[in-house]
Design a protein. Structure first.
Length: 300
């Protein structure tokens, strides 16, 4: 069996030339840079492991960060400036399912604490923090370290139109595999390496770098619209349109680009409110608060 990397790569290239095989390469940490290149911007990719799904009751147990440089003009990832992986003792035993999922156990966490100073240093000067499902990660991150509330956020799950680019799934592992890579998931910094790997690649249909597409979508202003008092028999119509149900406030809501608000209100008038549009509450926001709890799911 060949053991030399060059020989193995030659075999991989031969396999790739055949329509009967696909080759997946292990995701490696991005190339490390000694300094920020002239004119480059800084991004931070973040991943968390937690004791559960409820940001009000559960705690962060692992934080991974990758600070990277990118070209503002075309979204090219230029390399990694720094990375960090830290564990934190939640002060209570881990649920068994979390240990099974992550491989982290109580003994690994005992007495551990995330280094706040290191985290703040990685965030310094960053133009954006990115997570795969920022709607989950941002509330946990802000609860643990308020500095995360003062930066723009983007989501590599929602801010790239993966399905329009031909991907069947938007899960991180599935996207990386469809892009020719693989990694061991559910440890925070390894997930960050995988996220940066994914954003560095050109999208298969548009040819645009995934990071450029993400930035363009993240920079938009959105409006959250609540369809207050919508008739019960329009619920399937609203759901098909992309509205989500808030069971506590008993209201359907949806996010639309700010420049599409008039079109959305016209649709609600004609399809939901029988031609007479009531005064509907709505809230405009951008990447400074997107995916945070400051953009409420119920009207105030």
């Amino acid at each position: 069996m060949p053991s030399d990397t060059t020989e193995l790569e030659a075999l991989a290239v031969r396999l790739e030339a055949s329509p009967d095989f696909r080759v997946l390469r292990a995701v490696a940490p991005p190339e490390r840079l000694d300094a920020l290149p002239d004119g480059a911007r800084v991004g931070v990719y973040l991943d968390l492991e937690t004791t559960g799904l409820d940001h009000r009751a559960d705690r962060v147990i692992e934080l991974g960060l990758v600070r990277f440089a990118y070209d503002l003009d075309n979204g090219t990832v230029l390399g990694m400036l720094d990375d960090y992986s830290g564990l934190e003792d939640p002060g209570r035993p881990l649920p068994p399912e979390i240990t099974r999922l992550t491989g982290i156990d109580d003994a690994m966490l005992a007495g551990q604490r995330i280094d706040d100073g290191r985290v703040q240093a990685l965030l310094e000067g960053a133009s954006v923090v990115i997570a795969h499902n920022a709607r989950f990660d941002r509330p946990f991150a802000e609860a643990r370290l308020p500095a995360f509330a003062d930066v723009h956020w983007a989501c590599s799950l929602r801010d790239v139109a993966w399905r329009d680019e031909g991907f069947e799934s938007s899960g991180l592992q599935a996207l990386v595999m469809a892009s020719g890579g693989f990694f061991e998931g559910h440890r925070a910094v390894e997930d960050c390496y995988a996220g940066v790997y994914l954003l560095a690649r050109p999208l298969p249909r548009s040819g645009e770098r995934a990071l450029a597409a993400l930035r363009r979508n993240a920079l938009r202003r959105d409006v959250r619209v609540w369809a207050v008092g919508s008739p019960f028999d329009t619920k399937d119509l609203l759901k098909a349109r992309g509205y989500r149900w808030n069971p506590d406030a008993r209201v359907w809501w949806c996010d639309v680009p700010e420049d599409a608000l008039d079109e959305e209100l016209a649709w609600l008038r004609d399809q939901v409110y029988a031609g007479r549009l009531p005064r509907l509450p709505h809230l405009s926001y951008d990447a400074r608060s997107r995916y945070s709890l400051r953009v409420a799911e119920a009207p105030t």
